[in-house]
Design a protein around this ligand. Structure first.
Ligand SMILES: [Zn+2]
Length: 134
């Protein structure tokens, strides 16, 4: 096994094979999940266990190399949720398949990772009906 593959397995197992942002399970996804750099490589983030999160392709694609965004009033820059340092339930709640930020960090993450795009809500609602989400 390559070093990257073993890092991938370690990260996946630590995340219980779920996206660490939206909590969708890899087992119910058509796509392989990604090793996501919490602090992107562009900003100096390393490919190391403490900087990696397990992410569904959608969360990873929307996050891109961003590390935060602005508050709704454009006054301040807020970092994203960090799965290695923050506790999910302190920043988000689930309501009828929607994933909502309940802190500034949670709201910034919800907005940019587009947790509640219409297709994603439909998908997670179906998973909920099947008992597969969250
Ligand atoms: Zn996700």
């Amino acid at each position: 096994m390559t070093a990257l593959e073993s890092l991938r397995q370690e990260t996946a197992a630590r995340a219980n094979f779920r996206c660490e942002y939206c909590l969708v399970r890899e087992a119910v996804s058509f796509y392989r999940f990604h090793l996501e750099h919490i602090k992107s490589r562009k900003h100096g983030g390393m490919t190391a266990s403490e900087n990696l999160a397990y992410s569904c392709p959608e969360c990873n694609a929307h996050k891109g190399s961003d590390v935060g965004t602005f508050t709704d009033d454009d006054e301040r820059l807020v970092r994203f949720f960090n799965p290695r340092k923050d506790t999910w339930a302190e920043h988000f709640e689930i309501d009828d398949a929607g994933v909502y930020g309940i802190t500034e960090i949670g709201k910034a993450t919800e907005k940019i990772l587009r947790f509640n795009d219409a297709e994603r809500l439909i998908y997670r609602r179906k998973l909920m009906q099947l008992g597969l989400y969250p």
